[in-house]
Ligand binder design. Sequence first.
Ligand SMILES: NC(=O)c1ccc[n+]([C@@H]2O[C@H](COP(=O)([O-])OP(=O)(O)OC[C@H]3O[C@@H](n4cnc5c(N)ncnc54)[C@H](O)[C@@H]3O)[C@@H](O)[C@H]2O)c1
Length: 252
Amino acid sequence: MNRVENKVIIVTGAASGLGLADAKALTAEGAKVIMTDIDSEKGNASASEIGATFFTQDVSNESTWPELMGLVQNKFGRLDGLINNAGIAPIANIEETTTKSWREVLSTHLDGTFWGCQSAIKLMKTNNGGSIVNMSSTAALIGIGPYLAYSAAKGGIRSMSKSIAIHCRQNKLNIRCNSIHPGSINTPMVQHALKELVGKDIMAEKDPEQSRIAMGIGEPDDVAHMVVYLTSDESKHITGAEMVIDNGDTVI
Ligand SMILES: NC(=O)c1ccc[n+]([C@@H]2O[C@H](COP(=O)([O-])OP(=O)(O)OC[C@H]3O[C@@H](n4cnc5c(N)ncnc54)[C@H](O)[C@@H]3O)[C@@H](O)[C@H]2O)c1
């Protein structure tokens, strides 16, 4: 309990799936959480349920970032953690991907993560540091055929996180930056993908343990536990690392 007590932590894309699980786990461990999402209805409802603050945000819109940091500074006076989690994953391979979709995916993942990190560092520097966690994917490590733009974006997040970690360490900012690389985790994003790619709702037929064993599909808490660890002081010696959460999928 209280592993991140009183830390002020932003989670983007927190109305659903992994972001929602992160927000719940961080709140349960004593953090003051600011949830952001493009979906204000779901986001507001979840935030009031778990006692967090909600801010409507499209992470690919640059002007939302100074606005968000201003709100955090005014309401809490500091920022200790940022989880850049918001994401989209349209299914399209190299032959199918349109320029519009390519730009949307890169803008959400890469622009959003870039602006998030840049504005968080500005605020964290005024208060003795913090921890940034960027949600990448195993797609950054192996590439996934039906996810061309998504694989490119997640690869960019992986390298961007390492560049930020090096800069912060060399400049003694006391800010850590790590990336998380989940395999398949049971969220609306993956349920949709499985329906599209396999053709039926196979998650509806299986309990979580069966899904893990039979198909290698994890639960949102498997990732949320890592997020709590990386934002807590328990991970003070970890920066520039890539945390793979895939039940061994990428080593088999
Ligand atoms: N579920 C998995 O298996 C898995 C695996 C690897 C990586 N990831 C990554 O984890 C993150 C969360 O995925 P999820 O599975 O929970 O998906 P999800 O679709 O359940 O949730 C994504 C959330 O992001 C929000 N969002 C989308 N675009 C946004 C934008 N421009 N600005 C703000 N919010 C926006 C959505 O409204 C939604 O609430 C994503 O970055 C995803 O790529 C997921």
